[in-house]
Every structure is written in C-alpha cells, then in structure tokens.
Ligand binder design. Structure first.
Ligand code: ZN
Ligand code: FE
Length: 256
C-alpha cells in the first residue's frame, strides 16, 4: 500500500491509499474532490473506498463529487455520524475492521473533537511500521479542539492512540505542526526532544515542506496533549489530576 499526501484547502491533507497491483485506491478525509481526481488519473486507479474520520466539511467536502465519478466507492464513517457524512454506507464502531486490497485497518472510536470521531489504524505487516489515520483527534505536536466532547473523553481517546507502537506514522489531517510546537514549548520549555523537534519543523516549514506524517514515538516525547501524566506539565498548570491537566492545557491552547 502506497500512501500519497495531497494538500487541500488552506492547511488540510487528504491521504490517498494506492494498491498498484490491484489498480485500486481509497481516500481518507477528502476535503475536496479535485486533488483526488487528479491523482487517481495520474495513477490510473479506481476509487473503491472513502474512509472518513468525522463529519466536518473539511473532511467530507469531496465525498459527493467523488461518488459522481466513482459511484461504486463505499463511504465509511463512524456509526454516530449517521446522517452527517454524505453518501455514508458503512457505519463503523470500535473494534470493526475495514479492508483495502490486502490490508486491514482496525477502527478506533476516538470521540472528543466530535462525538462520533473514529481513527483507522493499519498495523505493521512486512516492516515494523504501522499507519494511523487520526483526522482531527491527534495532530503533530497537538490535538483537536473539543467541539462536541469533554476532556475526559478526549484523554481517553488520545490514550488509545498513545498505546499504539512508537513506530507508527501519524497521518493527521492538518498542517498545524509549527503553531502546535510553539505552544508546546511555551508549556514544556525544558524538553530537549521538543526543542530539537521545533528547530527541525521550523526549518522544514521555511522550505514549505510537509511535516506530516510524524512518528508516534516522537509525539509521545514532545506532544503536551499526550503528556498529561508528566509532573512538569502538571505543575505548570497547577494540578496533579491527569484530566484536569489535559483540560487546562487544552484551554490554554485555545487562547494561544
Ligand atoms: Zn474537524
Ligand atoms: Fe479538520
């Protein structure tokens, strides 16, 4: 399975999964149709599936047009998103599996950004590297805003993602990394792994390079929204409670 990262809208990424042997493709969170249609044309691949993580317009905006061109493509989304995702045919819940070519992804229920949000995790096969498509739940250096969920839900969802192996590529849906790391450094200034990462990301963004995917292992070391149990972050927000630590960090980021 090859993964193509397609920039869309102002700061979204669409991920196109390609199986060159079967000449098929699937797409994760098509914000818009045109970049996907162009890439499918280049690859000469047939779109067989759309995998949506949640119902927001910058994740499902391309569904209808893609279905016009590829009426057999099957739209997947969370069961709680019933009625909110254009063309949805498959209603997924935690533990379900979806297939693409010879690959199987596990569905994780990760509410918080929205109440219905899911993620797709492809465990490693030939290499020891897995792939996680997490929409707007976990970002490189940050996490999604809590539009429909509580801090308790979000910490539980991020905890599920944090329990995956370090050698997992994090394919999140937005290029927010630099801004996220600026916030991260403001709350975790002594973190040397974070300082190094910030310098790398700054250099990459100066060259307009994409910072996605990141490695989950790196997120665990540098992303404050996976580090609610770190004493230095807890004392920074004056709490010893993980949920409260997370909630306060999220509140500070909202104002940042
Ligand atoms: Zn969203
Ligand atoms: Fe989004």
């Amino acid at each position: 399975m090859q993964i193509h990262r397609l920039p869309a809208l102002s700061d979204n990424y669409i991920f196109l999964l390609h199986d060159p042997i079967r000449h098929i493709a699937a797409v994760v969170d098509p914000a818009e149709a045109n970049p996907v249609l162009q890439q499918l044309q280049t690859l000469q691949a047939d779109l067989v599936a759309i995998f949506n993580t949640h119902h927001h317009g910058d994740h499902v905006g391309g569904n209808a047009t893609l279905l016009k061109h590829f009426p057999n493509a099957i739209v997947h989304g969370g069961v709680e998103d019933r009625g909110r995702i254009p063309g949805q045919k498959v209603f997924l819940q935690a533990g379900d599996r979806v297939t693409f070519g010879d690959r199987v992804a596990e569905v994780l229920f990760v509410p918080g950004h929205t109440r219905a949000h899911i993620a797709y995790y492809f465990p490693p096969v030939e290499t020891n590297e897995g792939d996680l498509f997490c929409g707007d739940t976990l970002f490189a250096g940050g996490c999604g805003r809590l539009f429909e969920g509580t801090p308790t839900q979000m910490i539980d969802s991020l905890g599920k993602l944090r329990s995956l192996p370090d050698q997992t590529r994090v394919w999140c849906a937005h290029e927010y990394t630099l801004k996220n790391l600026q916030f991260a450094l403001s709350v975790d200034p002594q973190n040397q792994a974070l300082q190094r990462r910030f310098a790398q990301v700054q250099a990459m963004r100066q060259q307009s390079e994409a910072t996605i995917p990141s490695w989950l292992g790196e997120e665990k070391q540098t992303n404050p929204f996976l580090r609610w149990d770190q004493p230095n972050l807890q004392s920074r927000v004056k709490s010893a409670d993980p949920v409260q630590t997370f909630a306060r960090l999220r509140g500070m980021k909202d104002q940042f």
